[in-house]
Design a protein around this ligand. Structure first.
Ligand code: T4K
Length: 371
């Protein structure tokens, strides 16, 4: 049986390269709390991501949770349910009420035509998601936010290195959060960051990731511990050296999928948005079972029988989670519901072999697997 292919595979530097990077830690014995590697990576990422300010975190979720806390939001927050659990949970864990807006069926980001109807005097912010690396309609979101005096925090977990009209994606809104999890285009094992404009907000954020400590004898915020440690930062420094090659390899995989799966009746494949420099982070395919002759679940199972593990990102929708039982009406986000039942995210990582992409596509398209 051939080797199992998973939906992604962490990019890693050479073993020796990482060892060299962590060697100085044995001299200094400085392992965490914003050490030298942390500072070095922060400076490099600010530059690479082309953002005004950046703050590193232990993971993307804590970056989002504490960015929301640092913004001092109240009441309701408009967001989408077509995302990873983290987005919704970060809002709820801040004592805020998520109000779910539907997505559009083109790129699966927030449907900006439906935002204003959800705004009331309790609304304090919008948390849109650049899902799969697709850029939200940032101009329209900015217009709405300005008009209604709302804050905007983008969940940019999937958009490492993405640019829109030559600006780093983290330049939009009041803040954006990144995930540097092992499964992402760029990883620090676990890790994340917040990019932001306002330096006062940055100071708050810095304190909140370090227990709310302002100074040796002053603690004036109820913070958490969400600091990135030196081993994580060292992994980031190594991975950042190779990031352009990694994205280039991803591009080749992505383009092979496009070549193999274009013009097939009953499947919708991704496309590069206008004015966007992409990072090729995910390859979501949406199946129309009547036209295609097989359901999403049938394709998923057939791939699994062949040792290929695709994923149903993002099914189920966060507004249908058991932990929110009876709280939200999924009927209010019909497009998200429909897409979540039909989408399959295919394996995509830098070292995925082109022949494996061909094999995956052959299994998907095989006539025997369709009626
Ligand atoms: N916002 C959004 C929109 C997000 O998608 C995420 C995370 C966040 C916020 C929060 O960011 P973090 O706090 O995670 O930094 C994975 C990731 O764990 C998660 O980071 C990611 N989104 C989500 C979309 O995917 P799972 O439960 O699917 O992970 P898992 O363990 O099934 O791994 C998927 C595949 O990745 C494995 O089949 C193989 C590969 N893998 C996994 C690990 C853990 C590796 O190659 N190496 C590894 O170390 O959530």
């Amino acid at each position: 049986m051939s080797e199992k292919i998973l939906v992604t595979r962490s990019s890693m530097p050479g073993f020796e390269e990482y060892i060299e990077e962590i060697r100085p830690l044995w001299d200094t014995h400085w392992l965490t709390n914003m050490g030298a590697k942390h500072q070095e990576l922060e400076a490099q990422l600010k530059d690479y991501l082309a953002v005004p300010n950046i703050s590193l975190f232990s993971n993307g979720h804590m970056a989002l949770e504490l960015a929301i806390q640092a913004m001092g939001l109240k009441g309701e927050v408009i967001t989408t349910p077509f995302t990873f659990a983290s987005t919704t949970h970060a809002i709820v864990r801040n004592g805020l009420e998520p109000v779910f807006c539907d997505i559009n069926s083109e790129d699966y980001t927030i449907d900006t035509t439906k935002i204003e109807a959800l705004i009331n005097d309790r609304t304090s912010a919008i948390v849109p998601v650049h899902v799969y690396g697709n850029v939200c309609n940032v101009e329209e979101i900015e217009r709405i936010a300005k008009k209604h005096e709302l804050k905007v925090i983008y969940d940019a977990a999937h958009t490492f290195g993405v640019k829109y009209k030559d600006s780093g994606i983290g330049c939009f809104g009041d803040a954006s959060i990144y995930s540097f999890h092992a499964t992402k285009v760029f990883n620090t094992i676990e890790g994340g960051a917040v990019s932001f404009k306002d330096e006062e907000f940055g100071l708050n954020l810095y304190r909140l990731k370090n227990f709310g400590i302002r100074g040796p004898e002053v603690v004036d915020g109820i913070g958490a511990n969400a600091k990135m440690n030196e081993f994580q930062a060292a992994m980031g420094i190594c991975n950042l050296r190779h990031i352009n090659d990694e994205i280039e390899k991803r591009r080749k995989v992505y383009e092979r999928y496009i070549k193999n799966l274009s013009n097939i009746e009953g499947i919708k494949i991704p496309s590069i948005q206008q004015d966007v420099l992409p990072n090729y982070s995910y390859f979501p395919v949406v199946f129309d079972n009547k036209a295609f002759g097989a359901t999403r679940n049938e394709v998923y199972n057939r791939l699994l029988e062949n040792n290929i593990v695709s994923r149903k990102y993002f099914y189920p929708l966060t507004n249908t989670f058991e932990c929110f039982h009876g709280k939200f009406d999924v009927g209010l986000t019909p497009v998200a519901l429909n897409i979540s039942k039909r989408v399959l995210t295919l394996p995509l990582f830098a070292d995925l072999k082109i022949e494996d992409v061909d094999n995956i596509c052959n299994i998907i398209l095989s006539k025997e697997n369709r009626c």
